[in-house]
Ligand binder design. Structure first.
Ligand SMILES: NC(=O)c1ccc[n+]([C@@H]2O[C@H](COP(=O)([O-])OP(=O)(O)OC[C@H]3O[C@@H](n4cnc5c(N)ncnc54)[C@H](O)[C@@H]3O)[C@@H](O)[C@H]2O)c1
Length: 424
């Protein structure tokens, strides 16, 4: 173990069990268990069937021989069990200052995060943390009072190209951001997934789902805050008949007047080499010269054609080894590599670092030690926390108002307090 954050390992309760848990969170947490950062792992979902599918996923089982998790509901005892509140009993049983990792649909994050914090647990959460700035501020205050860490999983921040661009932008190598465009078009087949139950017009849209990654990335690289958002959505129908904004385009104006246009959708062809389409271009200048930051986040230079297709049947793919792939290593099975893994590692390490700063105690001194460690993580700005990234909630809030009102432009103000200014 080479990590400077190696302290007492934490128990982790992962709440959700869907796609992101399969693709990123569980493989990463199993590997952290191997490395001694994670102790006991529980996965809790609404239905026993979801937990079972995750537990029995062959790709994960063979990559992590000997690893398993405590399933809730326990599908071995009742394969048809359903319990949307099961996470509460699991959290109630946890020792203090362990980790609850939320990977449920966005609308559930606020209640679940509050419940976990009140039960004295650190909270890690897939993006976005919550759906309004007010809720983000509440979560931040509650966590700060209790000396608990809240981290939000914006894994694109850990992509080497974003880290490099951040460093160089802040060294003044590009001048100032002026105009940019980004796109993230996810696969068409997502329409057939569980998304059809929560990606509905009243709660969601394609910009809110993935546009936020690139808005966050502009802020991560440049430090500029968004001040105006407008989003136009195109409605479509999911196979189950629910309506969603399956395509959306957003325009975000930043505080220096720089403008980012983003297009999003659930529509990348299933037979495309992709398996999605994504990237960002930022044009900048210093008044004397133009500059550009251009990231092709889809085609990373790897093309594989197969004689033996994988489960998805594809015979040719662009492969992205930078996000998360399972590769051979010196240990048993396979290990996860890429920014998807590094992001989870950084989040778990942060919770351990906060615990280490306070020792095992409940004293005032221990609390202020933990609070100091949290402030240092906030200030570093690499991991998204409520304190350093609530502008993302402002953007989501503004975007939701805009998309439901025909693309009206919505201002964001920061003084005297951060808020979305809904047009009358
Ligand atoms: N790029 C990213 O950062 C990224 C990518 C995918 C998803 N996400 C986020 O992750 C979250 C989940 O996405 P997903 O793709 O895994 O969706 P999904 O629909 O595949 O999974 C959501 C899971 O939550 C479970 N769930 C619902 N209510 C629950 C409850 N009360 N208790 C326990 N479990 C419950 C569902 O059963 C389902 O298995 C969303 O917030 C999404 O925005 C982020």
């Amino acid at each position: 173990m080479t990590s400077p954050d190696h302290g007492t390992p934490v128990d982790v309760t992962l709440v959700g069990g869907g796609m992101i848990c399969h693709d990123q969170l569980l493989p990463s947490l199993y590997h952290l268990q191997r490395l001694g950062l994670v102790r006991d792992l529980t996965v809790c979902s609404r239905t026993a069937g979801t937990v079972r599918a995750l537990a029995e996923a062959e790709g994960i089982r063979s990559a992590f021989p000997g690893h398993s998790f405590q399933p809730v509901p326990d599908y071995t005892r009742n394969p048809d069990a359903k319990d949307p509140d099961g996470y509460r009993q699991v959290i109630d049983r946890m020792e203090p200052r362990q980790v609850v990792f939320l990977a449920t649909p966005d609308a559930l994050h606020y209640d679940m995060a509050r419940y976990a914090l009140q039960a004295n647990q650190h909270v890690l959460c897939v993006k976005p943390l919550v759906q309004t700035c007010q809720h983000a501020v509440e979560i931040e205050q509650l966590a700060r009072e209790k000396g608990l860490f809240v981290g939000i999983e914006y894994h694109k921040r850990f992509d080497r190209r974003a880290l490099l661009a951040r460093r160089e932008y802040r060294d003044g190598r590009y001048g100032e951001f002026r105009m940019g465009e980004a796109r993230m078009i996810e696969s068409w087949y997502y329409r057939h997934s569980n998304f059809q139950n929560w990606f509905t017009c009243d709660a969601y849209d394609a910009f809110t789902y993935v546009g936020c990654h690139y808005v966050d990335q502009v802020n991560f690289i440049t430090g500029l805050r968004p001040v105006n958002v407008s989003v136009i959505g195109i409605k479509g129908t999911f196979p189950n008949g629910n309506e969603g904004f399956l395509w959306a385009t957003g325009r975000v104006i930043f505080e220096n007047g720089g403008v980012l246009n983003v297009i999003n959708g659930l529509g990348y062809p299933d037979d495309g080499a992709g398996t999605n389409d994504q990237g960002i271009t930022l044009f900048c200048d210093d008044g004397k010269r133009g500059a550009v930051i251009k990231h092709n986040d889809q085609f990373r230079g790897v093309e594989y054609g197969f004689v033996k297709p994988a489960g998805d049947g594809a015979l040719f793919r662009y492969v992205n080894p930078d996000y998360l792939k399972l590769v051979p290593w010196m240990g048993d099975g396979l290990k996860p590599v890429g920014y998807g893994y590094e992001s989870i590692e950084a989040l778990v390490q942060a919770a351990i670092r906060v615990n280490r700063a306070g020792g095992e105690e409940d004293s005032e001194a221990a609390l202020s030690g933990r609070q100091g460690a949290i402030e240092a993580i906030d200030a570093k700005g690499l991991i998204a926390t409520p304190a350093n990234s609530w502008m993302n909630e402002l953007v989501t809030e503004a975007a939701r108002h805009s998309v439901l009102n025909g693309g009206v432009a919505v201002d964001i103000q920061y003084e005297p307090q951060p808020q979305v200014c809904v047009p009358l």
